[in-house]
Ligand binder design. Structure first.
Ligand code: ATP
Length: 366
């Protein structure tokens, strides 16, 4: 697959609010036609970064390029972008159609042309035939669709979405996530989503920039972020990660030899240490996701390695059960998650059991 051309390029972007350093040297590119997310905890600067694309926020130094053009001095209304806000900002006294066509009023279209464009935009978001309804009578999900249609009708190159689903309940949010993905594929324009919800980012994005304190800590596709997080911060923010203290014994020729509490001596590939070579003050650790360990029942054999553990806690979640265990030779608690395919396995607290694991699923943090 050929790489898509660049749509947005941030070149060492800094932003100060007074003395506060909100963006600390952002350098990244977003490709044309990509579904891209900015993910991070509250206050990390993701909304600020989105607003620098829209032109709602000036930058203190560096450059924001859109479609190879430097946006310095270009006002928001002359940028090829459009934003959908968390609050939707629907005009309640207008009809759905009037809301959607609002931004096109001054474009000099004839009435039938405008009606066609509004109809197309409403169809795109699944609101065909809703044009004459009163906007104030819509549900939250429908309002969100109107806001989307209103942004898409202007045919921007880039659609900016600032936590667009956060006001919806869980079921509706999940439905809208799927619809947004479908819509983005259909229209093919670049979508940039701000979210603090890691699941939402994983589900929706081609690539994700994970931000902490004004910096991008890791930029990768969802699977790489999940399987090979480059730091403990990213690993903890996305899903659950177990950590065991480890010591690096030797490295070279693309291999790293480590000794990890509970797992003993291991040889890892260099790509299992995606964070690079800088040692941290806390010392090295290996990390692994709860689903990469399996409790072995009578007669089952491990396909890779196995070790002994004691069950300390069992938490039932319907489709899943979490087991908190202690591996032999290691005091740090380890969480194992298993699907309840054949009902819930009966394992009492205090049971000694065998646990299967695989060195390939481990990540080394220095
Ligand atoms: P949230 O998810 O809570 O919206 P965020 O990651 O989007 O968080 P930003 O809204 O970009 O974060 O804000 C980043 C930091 O900059 C925060 O500490 C915030 O208080 C500060 N900040 C944002 N806007 C302004 C402003 N207009 N004046 C001063 N400080 C601001």
């Amino acid at each position: 697959m050929t790489e898509k051309p660049t749509m947005i390029a941030f070149q060492d972007v800094h932003k100060y609010y007074g003395d506060y350093h909100a963006l600390r040297g952002i350098t990244a590119t977003i490709r044309a036609g990509e579904f891209f997310s900015l993910l991070g905890p509250s206050g990390c600067g993701k909304t600020t970064l989105l607003r620098t694309i829209a032109g709602f926020e000036g930058i203190s130094s560096g450059a924001v390029m859109i479609d190879e053009r430097n946006m310095a001095g270009v006002p928001a209304n002359q940028r090829p972008t459009n934003m959908v806000f968390q609050s939707y900002a629907i005009f309640p006294h207008l009809t759905v159609g009037e809301n959607v066509g609002f931004g096109l009023r001054r474009a000099g279209l004839s009435k039938p042309e405008l009606a066609t464009r509004v109809g197309e935009a409403l169809e795109m978001v699944g609101l065909k035939g809703y044009g004459d309804r009163a906007a104030h009578a819509l549900s939250g999900g429908q309002r969100q669709r109107v806001a989307l249609a209103r942004a898409l009708i202007l045919k921007p190159k880039v659609l900016l979405l600032d936590e667009p689903l956060s006001a919806l309940d869980k079921k509706m949010r999940e439905q809208m996530q799927v619809e947004l993905i479908r819509l983005q594929r259909q229209v093919g324009i670049t979508f940039i989503l701000v979210t603090h919800d890691q699941e939402e980012a994983l589900v929706m994005s081609d690539r994700i920039a994970v931000m902490f304190e004004g910096e991008i800590t890791q930029l990768a596709d969802p699977e790489t972020l999940y399987r090979r997080p480059n730091s403990r911060k990213v690993a903890n923010f996305i899903g659950t990660m177990n950590f065991l203290p480890a010591m690096i014994l030797a490295e070279g020729a693309g291999k790293i030899e480590v000794e990890a509490k509970g797992f003993g001596k291991l040889t890892l590939d260099a790509e299992q240490a995606p964070g690079g070579g800088q040692a941290s003050a806390e010392g090295a650790a290996i990390g692994f996701r709860p689903e990469t360990l399996t409790i072995l029942f009578d007669g089952q054999t491990a396909s890779d390695r196995e070790t002994m553990a004691v069950i300390e806690e069992v938490v039932y979640f319907g489709d899943m059960t979490y087991y908190d265990v202690k591996l032999d030779g290691c005091d740090a608690p380890v969480r194992i998650s298993m699907r309840n395919v054949f009902g819930r396995p009966v394992l009492d607290i205090g049971t000694r059991t065998r646990v299967a694991w695989s060195p390939g699923a481990l990540v080394l943090f220095r």
